[in-house]
Write a protein that binds this ligand. Structure first.
Ligand code: ZN
Ligand code: ZN
Length: 426
C-alpha cells in the first residue's frame, strides 16, 4: 500500500491534513448526533402521543411543510404578483395536521429545540419527520447545500457540527455551555471555514496546528468525549497526524479530495443559475475554479506517487521471481543459491586458473560461467508472473485516484458551463 506520509510532510498539504482531522472527528460526532436526534424524535412523538391521548404507534406522513408553516414564513414564502410561490396550490395551503395536530406539535418541538429558534426548513421533508430522524436533523443545518444529505454519513463536518450547535438537545454531551457564543464547537466550526475556503489550498503551519488543536479540545470535553473510547482513539490519531507520524493511505487522500469536491458542489448549489454574474458570484466562481485546478494537480501528483511506488514494487517482485527460478532450476536446486553466489564462485575459480597460467582452462571456465548466467537469465522457464498482492493493491489505488480525478473533472466542467451561461446572460 502506498504511504503518503512523506509527501504530506510538506506544508503544501496542510489543508489535506486538516481535512483528515475533520473527517475523523466528524465520524465520531456523527454517531452521537445521530443517536441524539433519534432520541429527540422519539421524545417528541412520545410527548404528542401522551398529551393527545393517541395510541403509542401513531404517526403521520400526510403533511408537507407548506401545510405546517403559515404564509409569510421567512426565507420560504416568496411573492410573485401577490401570490406566494411556496403556498401556491390548494393542497399546499396551511392547515392543521389531520392526525390530531401531531405534525404541528413536532414542528413546534423542532423550533423549541433550536437554539436561535430559526430552523432551516429548506432542507427538510416534513412528511418524513415521524419515520426518518435525519430529516429532523436537517432543520438544524445551514440552509444551503444539505438537501441531498440523507444520513449522518452523507453529511459533512460543518453540517454535523451545526446540528450540535443549533439543537439544544445535543447539549447533553457537553460540559461546556454551548450558549456561550465562543464555545469549543463554534470555534471548531469557524476554523473549519479556513479549510473549506482556502481556494489555493494553502494553509500555514500555524493555522494547521491551531485547527487540529481545536479539534483535540473538542474531543477533550469532560462530560462525555474525554472518556469515550472512539473519541480517545480519534484524539490520539489527531496528535499523531500533527506530528506527521500517521500512515496515510490512498483512501485517506481520495476521501479528502472528494470531500473538497463535495463542498465545492455545495457552494455551487447555492449559486445555482445566477441571473447574472454579479461581482460576488464572479469571485466565488473564480475561487472555485482555482480550487478545482488545484485539486486536479493534486490528483496528478498522487497518481505519480502511486505509479512510482508500483514500479518499485514491480522491480522487487521481478527480483523475487528471478530468485525463485534459480531456486527451482534443476541445476541449482539448493533453494538458497543466488546469481551473485554463482558468479562469485566462477570469479574465484577463474582467478585461480589465471594465476596458474592455464589460459585455455581459464577461457573455458569464463565461457561456462557466462553461458550459465545467460541460460539462467534468458532461458528461465516461461511462467506467467504471478500478480502479487501489492500489484493488485496498487492497481486498485490507481483506479481510486482516477475515479476522484473524474469527479474533479466533472466539477471543472460544471464551473465552465456556469461561467459560459452567465456570460451569455450578461
Ligand atoms: Zn407562503
Ligand atoms: Zn400530519
Amino acid at each position: 500500500m502506498t504511504d503518503f506520509k512523506d509527501m504530506l510532510s510538506s506544508s503544501d498539504y496542510n489543508w489535506m491534513k486538516c481535512s483528515f482531522a475533520q473527517r475523523d472527528v466528524k465520524a465520531v460526532l456523527a454517531e452521537f448526533v445521530e443517536e441524539d436526534i433519534k432520541d429527540l424524535q422519539k421524545q417528541l412523538l412520545h410527548n404528542v402521543q401522551t398529551s393527545k391521548g393517541l395510541p403509542s404507534k401513531t404517526i403521520c406522513n400526510r403533511c408537507l411543510l407548506q401545510n405546517l408553516l403559515p404564509c409569510r414564513t421567512g426565507k420560504m414564502c416568496k411573492f410573485k404578483n401577490k401570490s406566494c410561490s411556496f403556498h401556491k396550490d390548494a393542497s399546499l395551503q396551511p392547515r392543521r395536521c389531520p392526525t390530531n395536530g401531531l405534525c404541528d406539535f413536532i414542528c413546534f418541538g423542532i423550533i423549541d429545540h433550536h437554539r436561535f429558534r430559526g430552523p432551516s426548513w429548506k432542507n427538510t421533508d416534513a412528511s418524513k419527520w415521524c419515520t426518518d430522524s435525519w430529516t429532523i436533523a436537517k432543520c438544524y443545518m445551514p440552509p444551503d447545500g444539505y438537501l441531498n444529505a440523507k444520513s449522518a454519513e452523507e453529511t459533512d463536518f460543518n453540517g454535523v457540527l451545526s446540528v450540535i450547535i443549533n439543537c439544544i438537545y445535543c447539549q447533553r454531551r457537553f460540559s461546556e455551555d454551548l450558549n456561550n457564543p465562543m464555545n469549543v464547537c463554534t470555534k471548531a466550526r469557524d476554523k473549519s471555514r479556513d479549510v473549506r475556503y482556502a481556494p489555493n489550498l494553502e494553509l500555514s503551519d500555524a493555522v494547521r496546528d491551531s485547527i487540529i488543536d481545536t479539534l483535540v479540545d473538542l474531543l477533550n470535553d469532560s462530560r462525555f468525549f474525554r472518556s469515550n473510547q472512539r473519541s480517545v482513539e480519534c484524539r490520539e490519531k489527531l496528535i499523531k497526524l500533527k506530528a506527521n507520524a500517521l500512515r496515510v493511505s490512498t483512501t485517506d487522500i481520495t476521501t479528502a479530495l472528494e470531500d473538497s469536491v463535495q463542498s465545492a458542489n455545495q457552494a455551487l448549489e447555492v449559486l445555482k443559475k445566477p441571473n447574472s454574474l454579479d461581482a460576488e458570484t464572479e469571485i466565488t466562481l473564480s475561487n472555485l475554479n482555482n480550487l478545482a485546478d488545484n485539486l486536479q494537480s493534486t490528483c496528478t501528483c498522487v497518481k505519480a506517487e502511486i505509479e512510482k511506488n508500483l514500479i518499485e514494487k514491480l522491480y522487487n517482485s521481478e527480483t523475487i521471481f528471478f530468485q525463485a527460478c534459480l531456486a527451482e532450476s534443476a541445476t541449482f536446486n539448493s533453494g538458497e543459491i543466488s546469481i551473485r553466489f554463482v558468479l562469485y564462485i566462477f570469479l574465484i575459480g577463474s582467478l585461480i586458473f589465471a594465476f596458474s597460467k592455464n589460459i585455455i582452462l581459464w577461457c573455458v571456465i569464463v565461457c561456462f560461467a557466462v553461458a550459465l548466467y545467460k541460460y539462467i537469465y534468458f532461458y528461465r522457464p516461461a511462467r506467467p508472473i504471478q500478480r502479487s498482492p501489492y500489484i493488485i493493491q496498487h492497481e486498485m489505488e490507481l483506479r481510486q485516484i482516477e475515479h476522484t480525478a473524474e469527479a474533479v473533472k466533472a466539477l471543472q466542467h460544471k464551473l465552465l458551463k456556469l461561467k459560459r451561461n452567465g456570460k451569455q446572460r450578461k
